[in-house]
Design a protein around this ligand. Sequence first.
Ligand code: R5P
Length: 302
Amino acid sequence: MKPALFVALPGNDLMTKRLASLCGGENGLVETRQFPDGETYLRFHADPAGRDIVLISTLLHPNEAFLPLAFAAGTARELGARRVGLVAPYLSYMRQDRRFNPGEGTTSRHFAALISQVCDWLITVDPHLHRYRDLSDIYSISARALHAGPVIAEWIKRGIGNPYIIGPDQESAQWVSEIAKDCGAPFAVLRKQRLGDRDVRIAPDGLDSIGGATPVLVDDIISSGETMLEAIQVVKTFAKVAPVAIGVHGIFASDSAARIEATGSALVTTNSIPHSSNKIDISVLLGAAIGERLREPSAPTR
Ligand code: R5P
């Protein structure tokens, strides 16, 4: 049987090359471009017939990314692909997980339904599971969430002598406690109140004992940056050393990365979304899960 074909959607070439090589797959070229009217042209330059197709598309700008992804998946199926999987190192549309106000769309559900229609399986890293227990609550395909915590803990252990792990809000308790355990370090979870998209207040719970340790803030997503910025300010009033700010997914809406760096904190992210702050590599984590998925004798694509 031919090796799996790894296909980079626009902007995902580096990660795709790495994953194809880790998994012994073929890095297959799919050409995309826009017609003058804005429609997308797409062409496979390797034959998907009878093969596993692994599409790589981090979903930082999901509105733009979705159509090329859907066209690539549809074309692969049309050309006889065996199964079509999606590796989305960052999975978007997870935060609107309920109707907060009358009339709002629960976009997480609608997006999950769209992805479930076009792909046979999904692998992602630390999706924002807050009110959902598991991806299977909204995805009807096999959807696996990997955790960057152990890789982050390794990075901290290698580079930070006396870390004090801090989560900026209650939701972060799940990964912060695990990372602290892996590092053998103390941890604290702060209390956040979100008053608006760009207005958060954070209470400094548990920071009294930080002493001379290096504060290491870890959040799943840094978007507007308000959570991280507010947490940095709070932590700075207790710590003797500038905090390290780690985000699994650096979305960095507007100028938030520059604003965080201007506080004197070191900004660190995983390479789930390409950015100059990428210092933690999650490709081995993804590669292992893709390898397992490709070895599973599951039913061919619909
Ligand atoms: C939400 O609770 C998440 O864990 C993050 O704290 C949040 O998404 C960060 O968003 P922002 O950077 O916009 O404050």
